[in-house]
Design a protein around this ligand. Structure first.
Ligand code: SF4
Length: 326
């Protein structure tokens, strides 16, 4: 998409758009822990944690993870189980494994220094176009635009068109402020996260409303919900200060090698407690039954004092917390 495709952007120059956006960002950006410096390790960690996870849920995890692994060398040297344990609760554990693999590669092949360009960063495990552009622009001032869901929504509304794919990256690149690319990218994402909201954009508070063709949500086609519903039961066997846990296989497609309660094959027992849990496209009703672990379940008794330090699945941690065990 060319900038010229929007009359309002023509009438007010892109330079004006950049200035208004950056002035607003400087005065209104949220005080988030990963904005305290532009160290690529911190930026990278926050960007990976923020994928598919809300800011509020990431803040504590980010700070705890950094306390435990304060540098890329410390992360590279850590055992995988320790990395997964520190990640526990954030879900999507493949991200933690990729993070660990990338740290090893940075130490082994780049003398512990992050490659400074988005093209080189993309050669690291778990770093795609968006993350590479975020690190390169924020930490190394490379003039490369980022596009995430927030940026795509803002640009769609500003231009008055449903744009996607390569065209939205081009449009973002044309608007980018080459003198402050990292701040510009964060400002666009901040605008989408706090003002140009998906359902109710607060246009009167928007610094770029004069440039916007829609000043409101673009009409969209509602998609039917793809969420499935399922009920599952787990056995909670808790005796003499220990709880019985099983480990998922290394080859499991989700949460490989993580620890959880043994799952029951039926859902006929009376639950001791019930909770809700969502994973990708399924909403689970989780029933926890106080009973001995099923015959043949291969697991182990874990003292309660150690259970919290194991790489537990997010659901197991939730259950053990709700049951008052950890
Ligand atoms: S004016 Fe409204 S719709 Fe347009 S970019 Fe600003 S917040 Fe979004």
């Amino acid at each position: 998409m060319q900038l010229e495709s929007s009359r309002k952007l023509n009438a007010r120059s892109p330079a004006h758009f950049r200035r208004r956006l950056l002035q607003w960002y400087d005065a209104n950006k949220r005080d988030l822990p990963w904005r305290k410096n532009t160290n690529p390790y911190n930026v990278w960690l926050s960007e990976i944690m923020l994928q598919q996870t809300r800011v509020a849920a990431v803040i504590d995890h980010y700070q705890r993870f950094l306390k435990r692994f304060s540098t890329v060398e410390k992360l590279a040297k850590a055992r995988e189980a320790s990395v997964l344990a520190a990640w526990s609760g954030l879900g999507y554990y493949r991200r933690a494994r990729m993070l660990h693999a990338a740290a090893k590669k940075i130490v082994r092949e780049h003398e512990s220094n992050f490659p400074p360009t988005s093209a080189e960063l993309r050669n690291l495990p778990g770093i795609g176009r968006y993350t590479a552009a975020a690190i390169a622009s924020i930490s190394f001032q490379e003039p490369v635009a980022v596009v995430d869901g927030n940026v795509e929504r803002v640009l769609g509304r500003v231009s008055g068109k449903h744009i996607g794919g390569e065209r939205v990256w081009e449009f973002a690149g044309q608007l980018l402020d080459a003198n402050r690319p990292g701040d510009f990218n964060q400002a666009m994402m901040e605008l989408g996260a706090t003002v140009c909201l998906p359902h109710q954009p607060t246009c009167p508070a928007c610094p770029v409303s004069n440039f916007c063709r829609t000043r409101g949500a673009l009409a969209r086609v509602e998609k039917p919900s793809r969420q499935k519903k399922r009920t599952i039961q787990y056995a909670l066997d808790f005796r003499d200060g220990s709880v019985f846990l099983v480990q998922r296989t290394r080859t499991a497609s989700l949460m490989a090698s993580m620890w959880e309660l043994p799952e029951l094959n039926t859902t006929s027992s009376v639950p001791y407690l019930t909770l809700r849990h969502s994973i990708t496209v399924t909403d689970y009703t989780v029933q926890v039954v106080r009973q001995p672990a099923p015959q043949g379940a291969s697991g182990k008794w874990v003292p309660v004092s150690r259970a919290g330090t194991l790489p537990l699945t997010g659901l197991a941690r939730k259950i053990l917390r709700k049951a008052g065990i950890i």
